[in-house]
Design a binder for this molecule. Structure first.
Ligand SMILES: C[S@@+](CC[C@H](N)C(=O)[O-])C[C@H]1O[C@@H](n2cnc3c(N)ncnc32)[C@H](O)[C@@H]1O
Length: 214
């Protein structure tokens, strides 16, 4: 619940909102309860998951402010929706959703893994990333990537790996945790090739933390 609360803090006021992979529907409830959108679409690939959100938001559905769609990604979602949230699924899965549809005019993504792949895709498509940093919840870090479909983003090698804001406290804390995990992991028995990969990653993070790699 703490992750949802923190994630919702990154959402902007908008006319229409879509929550793709809505599951429980809590993010849409936050938008409506706080007067942050006039209308909303809840969507999920699983009808079982979508039913949870439909139950939570039944009053808003009855009065016509929320519509629900069981579909894969953005396939049945109008590109006119002013802000789209896709949270709690993998970065590669989000890329697949975008590849088979479009990049929303304004988006908030919270990938669970493969964040770099999502950054690279958005940049290659000419999207502008306006915010890209981790937040901590329950002892874990989650990245949030916000942006707009049309614009330009220039990322360095270090930013592609760890986000736009390399000097913010959360990014540094995340890099520190990753470094410690890798240092522990590197003590295990492994092949020389794998050991070399891990050592390279450790050196990379250390250099980014010391501002030697930008
Ligand atoms: C872990 S839940 C995340 C729920 C919520 N967005 C959150 O951040 O807490 C992932 C949800 O995404 C849905 N999902 C996974 N892939 C999807 C896709 N391609 N299109 C729509 N929904 C998808 C799942 O059915 C599930 O309900």
């Amino acid at each position: 619940m703490d992750r949802i609360k923190k994630l919702c803090g990154f959402l902007d006021k908008c006319e229409s909102f879509a929550d793709i992979g809505c599951d429980h529907g809590y993010c849409t409830l936050y938008m409506l309860k706080n007067g942050l959108c006039k209308t909303a679409v809840i969507a999920d690939i699983s009808d079982k998951c979508l039913n949870k959100a439909e139950r939570l938001l039944s009053d808003y559905i009855k009065c016509g402010r929320v519509s629900s769609v069981c579909c894969n990604g953005l396939k049945e979602i109008s590109p006119d929706i002013s802000q789209v949230l896709i949270a709690g699924i993998g970065g590669e899965e989000i890329v697949n959703i975008l590849k088979t549809a479009y990049i929303p005019v304004s988006f908030v993504f919270q990938p669970m893994k493969n964040v770099q792949k999502l950054r690279e895709y958005l940049i290659a498509c000419g999207a502008e990333i306006t915010l890209d940093k981790p937040f901590e919840s329950g002892g874990k870090f989650y990245y949030v990537i916000k942006g707009i479909a049309n614009g330009k983003s220039e990322y360095t090698r270090a930013q592609l790996a760890f986000g736009k804001d390399l000097n913010c406290a959360e990014t540094k804390a995340y890099m520190g945790v990753e470094l410690q995990k890798l240092l522990q992991y590197s003590k295990r028995k492994m092949s020389d090739v794998h050991q070399a990969e891990i050592n390279n990653r450790i050196t990379f993070i250390q250099k980014v933390l010391q501002n030697e790699i930008k």
